[in-house]
Write a protein that binds this ligand. Structure first.
Ligand code: 5GP
Length: 203
């Protein structure tokens, strides 16, 4: 960046119904330099291989509620019987110091951020929807992942079907193909967003 200009960070928000392959995409995007990944809090139990503090901050119901009451969350929502929340402080601190932030949240969380009171957050936001393949393919991917029971899979497919109706609320929609294709599209969006005139601050 030149000496004359600087810019605030961009809040990249990605939503994708279960089974859209988002976990792999997010893992790859997390390797982008100058991009902070916001680790959400959740009351969900860790899946095999998930690391506390890296995948999520795993909290008890009681601790989660305490953090809601303390106003620690930028948004929080109940998704598939568990609670999830985005911590406010690390997101704001990074955006203010010019670092882009990536949050991976559901459609309710996305709506909350879009309508949040803070104009700084609304201005920083760039929201992207990953449109998964059809329901059958989704169901197949969830079975293959093998981390949910048959009942949980059906609940996730039903939620996915509802979430897929909401793509128009997002600035960008990526129709999911291979991981490599999706990644390339996401990187292009992220690059173009960084050149928006309105994001520049003249010193
Ligand atoms: P999973 O349990 O499969 O990791 O995530 C379930 C859903 O919760 C996904 O749609 C994911 O994007 C969403 N999610 C993860 N973290 C947050 C968060 O902090 N806030 C909200 N609203 N949703 C989240």
């Amino acid at each position: 960046m030149s000496k004359q200009f600087s810019r605030h960070g961009i809040l990249f928000l990605i939503s994708a119904p279960s089974g859209a392959g988002k976990t792999t995409l997010v893992e790859k995007l997390r390797q982008t330099p100058n991009l902070f990944y916001s680790v959400s809090c959740t009351t969900r139990a860790p899946r095999t291989g998930e690391i506390d503090g890296e995948d999520y901050q795993f909290l008890s119901d009681k601790d989660f509620r305490a953090r809601v009451e303390a106003g620690d969350f930028l948004e929080h929502a109940r998704v598939h019987c568990d609670y999830y929340g985005t911590l406010r402080e690390p997101v704001l601190a990074n955006l203010k110091s010019g670092v882009d932030v990536l949050i991976d949240i559901d459609t309710q969380g996305a709506a909350a951020i879009r309508n949040c009171d803070d104009p700084f957050i609304r201005e920083a936001l760039s929201d992207i929807f990953i449109m998964p393949p059809d329901h059958e393919e989704l169901r197949r991917r969830l079975h293959k992942r093998g981390t949910e029971t048959a009942q949980q899979i059906e609940s996730r497919v039903a939620t996915a079907a509802r979430e897929m109706e909401l793509w128009r609320s997002y600035r960008y929609t990526v129709i999911s193909g291979s991981v490599e294709e999706d990644l390339q599209k996401l990187r292009r969006i992220m690059s173009a967003e960084s050149y928006l005139s309105r994001r520049l601050v003249q010193k």
